[in-house]
Design a protein around this ligand. Structure first.
Ligand code: PMV
Length: 320
């Protein structure tokens, strides 16, 4: 390991949670996602020894990646991000003598968009170092490109909410609108031990949709209505309407087979302990649930969740 140097540039990115509309968003329905600032990825650029080329190091898990490295197959998402940034700003030159050190407290495979967050942090750090800090659509399109490596056909919701860091109402391939939050929303973001890769649940839903297209279309349409109603409620500050909408969305996710016993039990636990609403968030079959709470219930609901199988409860307030 080289000696500690002052960073040449840094880039930070937040996580995200989906409030409404996961899975149905893949089939053209709207979804709502918000940035999750309670967790972050951070990339720091320092100089490498002359002639030593470019590498990305992950001190927390003692791994590192180089251009043209064979240990990770053809290319991994971290290196791919760097390559896209270099190709954009220094075409033809990708062998810079640099080290990007990456740290992240965003749990992986948990529906927090950790893949999009590390790409965003790397792209922000490297582009700042190169004197062209990436923002807006330039940043978003690079992160989306990397997302496609991870997920095949992602809807684009993760990269958009993380690259822009704003609450988002999103319709795949059609529109994305940043929304305002009319009154503070207190959410508990609740992790469980197990997780299922998003591409597995997405592909199971695709299979169900091929076998039962009419039934699935009804479910997707109903989720779309929920997301539209939720958007209005969020913007108008009608927080109490969101609880029943979350419960309804969870019921439909269950029908889609992307919930499981642990997630169902935690949603019920949250409601019994006084949450206004609860549902899974993200790809499902593990990962996270979210619960909507009044401030006076935060402690009681968190406690009940931790006693019933949650491994982590984060409190986040939207709209403050
Ligand atoms: O598991 P996450 O948080 O990356 O969310 C996946 C959301 C899906 O709607 C299931 C898939 C997608 O690409 O939008």
């Amino acid at each position: 390991m080289s000696e500690i140097q002052a960073p040449l540039a840094t880039g930070v990115a937040c996580g995200k949670v989906i409030l409404f509309g996961e899975h149905a968003v893949v089939y053209g329905q709207p979804a709502i996602a918000v940035p999750l600032n309670a967790v972050q990825s951070r990339a720091t650029v320092t100089r490498n020894e002359p002639g030593q080329g470019f590498r990305i190091v992950l001190p927390e898990i003692e791994r590192e990646f180089h251009f043209l490295s064979h240990d990770e197959g053809p290319e991994n998402g971290l290196i791919h991000t760097a390559r896209l940034v270099f190709e954009k700003f220094t075409p033809g030159i990708i062998e810079h003598d640099l080290i990007v050190s990456l740290s992240s407290d965003i749990p992986q495979k948990s529906g927090f968009g950790s893949g999009a967050a590390v790409s965003t942090a790397i792209a922000r750090a490297l582009s700042s170092y190169l004197g062209h800090p990436l923002v807006g659509e330039d940043l978003n399109s690079i992160v989306y490109d990397v997302e496609k490596m991870h997920h095949g056909t992602p809807s684009g919701i993760d990269n958009t909410v993380i690259a822009y860091e704003r609450p988002l109402y999103f319709v795949k391939d059609q529109s994305r609108e940043f929304i305002s939050i009319g009154a503070p929303i207190h959410l508990l973001v609740v992790g469980v031990e197990h997780s299922t890769p998003t591409k597995v649940t997405v592909s199971d839903v695709r299979f169900l949709n091929e076998r039962h297209p009419r039934r699935m279309r009804r479910i997707f349409n109903r989720i779309g209505r929920i997301a539209r109603e939720a958007r209005v409620a969020i913007e108008d500050g009608n927080v109490e309407i969101l609880g029943p909408l979350m419960v309804d969305n969870q019921r439909l996710l269950k029908k889609m087979t992307v919930s499981d016993e642990v997630l169902d039990k935690l949603c019920l636990t949250a409601l019994k302990a006084g949450a206004m609403g609860a549902k899974l968030s993200g790809g499902g079959r593990g990962g996270n649930i979210i619960a909507l709470v009044n401030p006076d219930k935060i402690e009681g609901v968190s406690q009940a969740l931790l006693e019933n199988g949650a491994i982590r409860v984060l409190h986040t307030t939207l709209g403050l």
